[in-house]
Design a protein around this ligand. Sequence first.
Ligand code: FUC
Length: 850
Amino acid sequence: MKRIITLLLFLYSLNASAQSDPALKLWYNQPASIWEEALPLGNGKTGAMVFGGVARERYQLNDNTLWSGAPEPGNNPNGPSVLPQVREAVFKGDFELAAKLWKKMQGPYSARYLPLGNLELQFTNADSTSEKYYRDLDLNNAIATVKYTQNGVEYTREVFTSFPSKAMVVRLTASKKGALNFNVALNSKLRFNTSAAAANLLVLKGKAPKFVANRPSEPKQVEYDDDPKGEGMTFEIQVKVVNEGGVVKAAGDQLNVSNANSVTIYLTEATSFNGFNRSAGLQGKNPSIEAMANMGKVSGIPFEQLKRAHVADYQSLFNRVKLDLGTDAESLKLPTDLRLKTFSKRGGDNPLVTLYYQFGRYLMIAASRPGSRPTNLQGIWNDHVQPPWGSNYTTNINTEMNYWLAENTNLSECHQPLFAFLKELAVNGAVTAKVNYNIDEGWVVHHNSDLWAKTSPPGGYEWDEKGAPRWSCWPMAGVWMSTHLWEHYLFTGDIKFLREQAYPLMKGAAQFQLQWLIKDPASDFLITNPSTSPENTLKKDGKEYQVSMASTMDMSLIRELFTALIQSADILKIDQQFKEKLIAAKAKLYPYHIGQYGQLQEWFKDWDQPSDKHRHLSHLFGLYPGSQITVVNTPELAAAAKQSLIHRGDVSTGWSMAWKVNWWARLQDAEHAYKILSDAFTYINPNEVREVMGGGGTYPNLFDAHPPFQIDGNFGATAGITEMLLQSHDGRISLLPALPKAWQAGAVRGIKARGNFTVSMNWTGGALKKATIFSGSGGNCRIRTTIPVRVVELTATEARRSNPNPLAFSYGMPSYGTVNNAAVQSLPEQKEYVIDFPTVKGKTYTILPK
Ligand code: FUC
């Protein structure tokens, strides 16, 4: 039996190493000296940043549910009486008064996402210098490794966080028996107490603050309840040390390991979080029960067995997609931080782009798994008690961007936490709709949310001078997030999901908007009032205004959702009356406008300034992630969007640049998309204080720098690279729609197109060589290529009519007005060939050049 297991293990390791790609490692020649050099691990629940120190190893820990505060709706009953005054001011053109009045409708800030603690290993024999230091994060198996030699002994530490085991597992080995000597400690930046519960078991019990301030000017900054049983989440970390050889004993609030041959450390943790609508302090779960139960399950299992289960689970998601943009033996010899520093000097680094791409997918698998909370501004990784922007859900771009890669990079399951969150937002958002606006149908979400599914507008009521209507006045997040449900359906064809989960939520978001929309007496169109274009101000007659009406983003979001719902009602054959209502409202929505410079108008009137470099370009929602503006169906609107992009420029914050990659990809401008993507590889030194809006880039650990660290840029760039290789938003599957010169030869396997098609391709000389398309749901497959192609298995026909596949949905042609035809930008010209072929569910089709 033992022999068989050994043989199986051997075969497994052969197989694992055969699949292991040496280019998929982030590696360094020195330990992390600062957080942005440490390497992230995660299983959706527990996050860990691995520092890899020789004398002191630090694993900085997070739990995805550990936030400050308690459920606080923050709804503002002033709303219904103030709203008519705001609207009147806007209609009169007094935008300044409108903004001032809106402040009376604001509510509190969101809760803050908090750090859990640190597991520290202090080595007693680490004074002498180490040699041959190496640390990495291997994306092939989601394991971080540290190796070094000291006094002739080779030391190795491996660590992973396991989704199936809900635990972090560390394995320490040495080339010489009895060489492992270290102390184990647990601490936290929050209130905590650590004790040794047994000779080999440490337990940290902690309590989170009941309130953490948003601004340094607030009188109370980090406020704890004096009563340990009072408000504020509690949490527990358990650490068990299992040694082979030597001794483990408790030493005060630490454990001491001496003369061990090898050691396995098991870590489990839990919080008292007991649902978005219950106080975790007063009605919380006992975190000890969960931490102990998980410890009980995991700590009897040998390291290799846990590792196998972890790798199998991780690879079941990660291995679905493979990207190859060419190899570069020289660049692989450089540690990751050096590659980043020299990226532009070396004229780019395709394997680094591939690594960055897969790192985005890795982060999604590590941070967003079924049952976990959705990823916040920092995913699940945060070391601050007062993190930038509270590490919250910022819903006017950041939360959505976090999920742009979920479907097209074949990680559909990882989208689930967002959908579960939407259900909670719909509950709270119905109350906000009623209290703040006296709207009794549907639900609404504003610009920030948190663990407690906050839906009311932030801004700090009236007390906060900095609480600005240009972002707080935005009841649109429910609409935007609901479009993710529709996209999930288009990518998966899961009609049960559409019927049971997506449709009711999408309908609720639309019901609110049907009542929020109001008729503009001057134009007769349905508009939003008040309205902002998130975070930007409109400049008019030398003055800046925050609030007006019918911003292009509002109208595009509503149009996108209404269109999706109209289509859904037909697919599901339900709700015809509601559908008619939507059709009627959609026809009256204030349309797009192409302004005097040939730009897509951001505002209700042609107030856009070519000199405006604001990082938000929300008016381009319809181009991406929306699908209303396409090069083929609406070339003039696409050209206008291009003009808007040119005005704003390329360099901006991390997430803004990632969005621009996606936009330029949708415009099929490969070189511009690639140029901005390359800008994202600007090395940002985490030791230097940088201006927040001074231009984004990448930290040594490949985390996106807004700056500071914000994970949206990582996710947005991975989505954008996919968008350069494959698009499917306009009723066709475009193969290689925006392939830059820098990627003349390459291959991609397993990315997804709407219609539940899985696509693999390779190309040389910038032209498609071969594609295979797996049909997950059957139905017509319409592909668009830049060279003539054929389908090996059958005879395809030239596409003529609209695509009969309901998942290959085209948004049609939204109406628009234009003031100056002469100014319209030209679009890159691509010759295109579009063919149709019927597919059978479960079959694969081969596409070759003709
Ligand atoms: C919005 C953006 C900022 C930042 C913050 C979290 O306020 O405008 O750039 O991303 O969210």
